[in-house]
Design a protein. Structure first.
Length: 397
């Protein structure tokens, strides 16, 4: 998946254009910048590629999620439904605005189970936030129907799924809001960076102000700008955006390579009868950044992961035991271990996750192995890896 694997002259050339002007900030300094507006350029390219009206770049994917929620007026005490299997950034962004993360089971798509979402809705629920983990997606049709019925916002965390699609539309562009991450290990990288995309002009207007201290961005004199509401600094720098300008031109090339390597691995594992694959919702096309499969039991899966690793098959993940991506290791969230006091609403509103039954999630994630698809493999290396994996699993199962 990582864009850093294929990184070179294009990226250098774009960064140099910014360094030549010396203007590293995305706003202002019009006279000095020699026509270089890298953040704006990347926003325009992304809007075009994703088929949306508005894109706003941010300093990270976590910032993008935070700003997306804030831009839609989500705040203290509002409930946001999110999956048990995701990166910790999901609940971090929700807590950052004083809202309440409501954890909900995942199904065989490895993201939000629409049935479980509907069970979790209360009169405080405002947002459903599916996370398109490991290159594939939630059942967006079902989630859209639920959101419409209950008048909820759909916010897609597409940080790990850029380039994937659902019914011909880019992932991230289907909900009311969508977010991407361009951190160093994502498919497209800026070093650090993120983006929020939407067709809603109000959310966009709110987002660019909120992420720049509430500046209204009217006129050329920053000192004369008004501040209609409170904000923070979640800006991206021109240097980071410049790297992204080069990387985004390679998105289709990256997806092609991932697809080729993914297909080689999948073909080999299909021959192992006990291996089944993650369900991709009808109409969905993955971005092929991971190959995700299920083994028959938790014990076998844990063992298989260990044996694969010992045999040099690196970059495969057993998320069930992982500290970052699964609810079982989120004690800091469960116990609300923060440095200072959290908003009262969070303390009172957070469900007691130590008592919640997530056996439906365990049933799937406990049997999942995800193999990162590397861009840097040669076809031969992918083939060798595929045969080795298949024979290891065949022997074990
Ligand atoms: C990486 C990631 C994020 C956060 O992005 P950063 O740019 O690292 O802050 C959020 N959600 C998911 C699913 C991610 O993988």
């Amino acid at each position: 998946m990582p864009g850093f694997e294929l990184f070179g002259d294009k990226e250098k050339a774009e960064v140099e254009k910014v360094l030549d002007t010396g203007v590293l900030m995305r706003y202002g300094f019009d006279g000095m910048r020699n026509g270089q507006w890298k953040a704006k350029e990347l926003e325009a390219t992304l809007a075009n590629r994703m088929g949306v009206g508005h894109v706003h770049l941010l300093s990270s994917g976590t910032a993008a999620l935070t700003v997306a929620l804030a831009s839609a007026g989500i705040g203290a005490g509002d409930e946001v439904i999110m999956p048990t299997f995701t990166f910790v950034a999901s609940f971090e962004s929700i807590l950052a605005i004083g809202a309440i993360p409501v954890l909900v089971d995942v199904d065989d798509t490895l993201t939000l189970d629409p049935w479980a979402v509907e069970q979790a809705i209360t009169d405080k629920t405002k947002v459903v936030m599916p996370v398109h983990m490991c290159g594939s997606m939630a059942d967006l049709g079902a989630l859209q129907a639920i959101c419409q019925k209950h008048k909820l916002l759909l916010l897609e965390d597409a940080c790990q799924a850029i380039g994937g699609s659902y019914n011909g539309k880019s992932l991230g562009s289907i909900g009311d809001l969508g977010c991407f991450s361009f951190d160093y290990v994502k498919t497209i990288t800026c070093g650090e960076g993120g983006a929020m995309i939407t067709n809603n002009k109000t959310y966009y207007e709110n987002a660019h102000k909120y992420s720049d201290h509430g500046h209204d961005h009217i006129g050329n004199d920053r000192g004369a700008e008004q501040h209609p509401f409170l904000g923070y600094n979640f800006r991206i720098s021109e240097l980071n955006a410049a790297v992204g300008c080069a990387q985004i031109t390679r998105l289709d090339e990256f997806i092609e390579i991932q697809k080729k390597h993914y297909t080689i691995l999948r073909k080999a594992l299909t021959k192992v009868p006990q291996v089944t694959f993650r369900r991709v919702p009808e109409g969905g096309v993955e971005n092929y950044s991971f190959l995700n499969f299920f083994l028959p039991t938790q014990e076998i899966t844990r063992k298989a992961h260990k044996i694969l690793d010992e045999n040099g098959i690196d970059a495969c993940f057993y998320w069930f035991d992982n500290n970052w991506h699964y609810y079982r290791k989120w004690q800091h969230l469960t116990n609300l271990e923060s440095l200072g006091k959290l908003p009262l609403e969070v303390g009172q509103g957070l469900p007691d996750y130590s008592k919640t039954d997530f056996s439906r999630s365990d049933h799937w994630v406990g049997r999942t192995i995800s193999c990162l698809i590397k861009l840097s493999w040669t076809e031969e290396e992918a083939e060798k890896r595929a045969q080795k994996m298949a024979s290891i699993l065949q022997e074990l199962l």
